[in-house]
Design a protein around this ligand. Structure first.
Ligand SMILES: Cc1ncc(C[n+]2csc(CCOP(=O)(O)OP(=O)(O)O)c2C)c(N)n1
Ligand SMILES: [Mg+2]
Length: 258
């Protein structure tokens, strides 16, 4: 099991971790799970490259991880990562991207990186909203949810990002929530070990924007709301489209090489 995770931080961040994350933010949990996956696989941080775009997720690997990192432009992290991978194919390249960064402004890059089956691991920290910029609606926001740009409720149905990358050609695909930390660690490990485009949708949470705007006033209330939303692939079997309407299915959706 995990050793002292401080070893993965640059010395100046070991005693006072640098975090811009709000209390109750799910991204911090995912940060710990990514490090645990790397620790369990015994990957040397010198062999890793972390790439992010802009958003709260952008602050997860950089500047504190003791590894090479690129904090790039909003929606363009996959393009930067593609270039870096071509320049140095030996680096294990992990991107940690927000739902908006990855699939709104960056949506076309996502489709084509998956289609080309680039050897990249993408972890999407999906908090159902644009967290950093004031709680605007995202491709991932549930139907009816309140955001700063949908004060009467989101009229659009959300993307299913796992189905999107599956259709485009990704090799490994899984979705688990921060309520399933061990399954998330396992899937991140598999994603890092599988060549090709590998995708883990890590369902996070944002009490500051999503919770507050949807009258889920504490992180615990938001967590309970999300717990009711997630069901496993097995639980979803046999349920009608009506029963599944408000649910998010978790599980491993593809585990193979194309
Ligand atoms: C070209 C450009 N357009 C818009 C922005 C503003 N912007 C920065 S982050 C962001 C969305 C963040 O949402 P998400 O990717 O879901 O990350 P989160 O903060 O929720 O983790 C937006 C719209 C920007 N920085 N650059
Ligand atoms: Mg977000």
């Amino acid at each position: 099991m995990a050793k002292d995770l401080a070893q993965y931080y640059r010395p100046e961040y070991r005693t006072t971790p640098h975090t811009l994350l709000c209390p109750g933010c799910g991204h911090g949990i995912i940060l710990g799970l990514i490090l645990r996956a790397i620790d369990e696989l015994e990957i040397n941080m010198d062999d890793m490259l972390f790439v992010t775009g802009i958003g709260c997720c952008g602050w997860i690997p950089t500047p504190q991880f003791a590894a090479d990192g690129m904090h790039t432009l909003h929606g363009r992290a996959l393009a930067f990562a593609t270039g870096a991978k071509l320049a140095n194919p030996k680096l294990k390249t992990l991107l940690f991207l927000g739902d908006g960064d990855l699939a709104d402004i960056g949506g076309n890059h996502l489709i084509h990186a998956a289609r080309r089956n680039m050897d990249l691991t993408v972890i999407c920290g999906n908090n159902l909203i644009y967290g950093m910029t004031g709680g605007q609606v995202a491709n991932s926001t549930p139907l009816g949810a309140l955001t700063s740009t949908t004060p009467s409720g989101n009229p659009y149905r959300p993307f299913d990002l796992c189905k999107l990358v599956e259709a485009a050609g990704a090799t490994y695909i899984a979705r688990y929530s921060i309520l399933q930390p061990f399954l998330l660690i396992k899937s991140i490990k598999k994603a890092l070990q599988t060549p090709g485009f590998t995708f883990v949708e890590a369902m996070s949470m944002c009490p500051t924007q999503f919770g507050r705007r949807n009258r889920l006033d504490t992180p615990a209330e938001l967590l309970k709301f999300l717990k009711d939303k997630y069901i496993s692939k097995k639980q979803a079997e046999g349920l009608s489209p009506e029963d599944l309407k408000d649910k998010i299915i978790t599980g491993e959706f593809k585990d193979g090489r194309n």
